[in-house]
Design a protein around this ligand. Structure first.
Ligand SMILES: Cc1ncc(COP(=O)(O)O)c(C=O)c1O
Length: 480
């Protein structure tokens, strides 16, 4: 549901700008020039951090250094193998510490990303179709579809601003009682930046005999995660992470979870690395995490992830949260002053500290595909548009009726996406600046007034717009 905040005249000052300029220097590619439709170039503005963050120099440097020692892990006898094994084991420990887990009670299982981590958990929990998993309407498909395949899923409702409706959570807990085996909710919405009170949800889940998974893909790069001890009623049983959203772009992610879950049962992937002993008719599985890390692991990815995490820790999650809250308040204040711009979710700059810097918008009367295309072609600003792998949530935020949803479904099945509902998403990272937001505000002010110079055409199958007669030669910028 869209809301428009009242205009505010106060101007917010960015705190610690000098410190964050130093962080900016550590972001790989931050000063990359990109071509514009009018023939100029400008430094790219990346407001698509909720999809993937750029790399921190620390992650790249650690990988470059590690590559001299890169070797097989766990089974090699040479010194390089010992160094590589130590690095891989240390990476497990660093990830555990980062989310407040302890390796006595918890295990860290490396994999590709959050999607893989959640699918793994869905296989490893002994669920039946009678068991209930409570997810919320806010979820990314990666924390919804895996559960639909394993159990009976109920969606916790959201309010018109996209906030998780805790009264509905209480109602579902009460309704399904001890059938609820797991509560699986996002730590932060990838669409509105809403932050559920995960520890309060955890307490309620535990009081009901259920466990809780927090999809940490969006939360962990922006806020301190504290899993806590298993005897704390507010502890988190499982957390998933994606390194490519945490300034380490090397294809790794992690599932951090209670060890007892992974000490029993069989892994969904079987093979090398997962076993102690195999005879022709018996298998002795390894202890966690090896049991669940089948095949040769992505050691480079784990090293990069751990190096980025150490860098985030050194910067301080509190400082990152403060800086991003200031950026978010500044953006909300200025975006809400643009006539014709619709902002979704919470639009209040005063509450910026209690949500993430993810702001979904639309220009009234204009396709989100077109707005995103103009921002890229004429302003060098990278955003994302569409439904952000959260279709149920988007339909809710846009207030689409059942009939309209059916029309969308029919269009997609007919391969016609020219009228797909969606939003434009602006998402901040710790290195973004107020000046970049000023450019965005200028761009959107112009667009809402119809001031853009390109001519665009839409591809009906994808819905995307592109500037007519403008095809930048991508191989000029990078080619293999
Ligand atoms: C909240 C949330 N969960 C899960 C995912 C999936 O992450 P990945 O693609 O790294 O598996 C994303 C990605 O955007 C996300 O934002």
């Amino acid at each position: 549901m869209k809301t428009k905040s009242t205009r505010r005249t106060t101007s917010l000052k960015l705190g610690n700008t000098a410190d964050f300029n130093r962080i900016r220097e550590r972001i790989v590619g931050v000063n990359q020039q990109v071509p514009l439709l009018n023939g100029d170039t400008r430094i790219y503005i990346n407001f698509d951090n909720a999809a993937s963050t750029p790399a921190l120099r620390e992650a790249l440097d650690a990988v470059n250094e590690f590559m001299n020692w890169y070797s097989s892990v766990h089974r090699g006898t040479g010194l390089k193998s010992k160094v590589a094994t130590q690095a891989y084991d240390d990476a497990h420990r660093i990830v555990a510490e980062f989310v407040g887990a302890n390796l006595r009670d918890h295990t860290v299982i490396f994999g590709k990303n959050t999607t893989e981590a959640i699918n793994k958990l869905s296989y490893r929990l002994p669920l039946t179709k009678d068991d209930v998993v409570l997810v919320s309407l806010l979820e990314h498909h990666s924390n919804d579809l895996p559960w639909r395949a394993r159990a009976h899923v109920e969606h916790i409702a959201a309010d018109p601003l996209g906030r998780l409706d805790e009264a509905d959570f209480d109602r579902l807990l009460e309704k399904y009682k001890d059938r609820v085996k797991l509560v699986a909710v996002t730590g932060a919405s990838n669409v509105t930046g809403f932050l559920p009170d995960i520890h309060r949800l955890a307490e309620k889940a535990h009081a009901n005999g259920a466990q809780i998974l927090i999809d940490g893909a969006q939360l962990a790069p922006h806020r301190r995660v504290s899993m806590g001890a298993l005897d704390d009623p507010a502890h988190l049983d499982y957390v998933s992470l994606s390194a490519h959203k945490m300034y380490a772009p090397f294809g790794s992610g992690a599932l951090i979870g209670r060890k007892d879950t992974f000490e029993r049962g069989e892994p969904e992937y079987r093979g090398g690395g997962t076993i102690e002993l195999v005879t022709v008719d018996a298998v002795e599985w390894s202890a966690p995490p090896e049991r669940d890390e089948a095949g040769s692991p992505n050691v480079v990815g784990a090293v990069a992830m751990a190096a980025a995490i150490k860098a985030l820790d050194a910067i301080g999650m509190g400082a990152i949260a403060n800086h991003e809250a200031t950026l978010t308040a500044y953006a909300l204040e200025h975006l809400s002053a643009i006539d014709g711009l619709e902002i979704y979710g919470d639009t209040n700059p005063q509450t910026a500290a209690s949500r993430l810097g993810v702001i979904p918008i639309n220009v009234r009367g204009m396709s989100h595909f077109l707005v995103a295309s103009i921002l890229g072609a004429e302003w060098g600003i990278g955003v994302r548009n569409g439904c952000f792998c959260a279709h149920p949530y988007l339909l809710h935020l846009l207030g689409l009726s059942g009939e309209e949803s059916n029309r969308v479904r029919a269009d997609i099945l007919a391969n016609d996406r020219h009228d797909m509902p969606g939003l434009v998403r602006v998402s901040f990272g710790m290195y973004n600046t107020a000046e970049e937001i000023d450019t965005l505000v200028q761009a959107l002010t112009n667009i809402t007034r119809g001031k853009y110079y390109g001519r665009y055409e839409q591809d009906g199958k994808s819905g995307e717009y592109s500037a007519i007669d403008w095809k930048p030669d991508l191989s000029r910028y990078f080619r293999l």
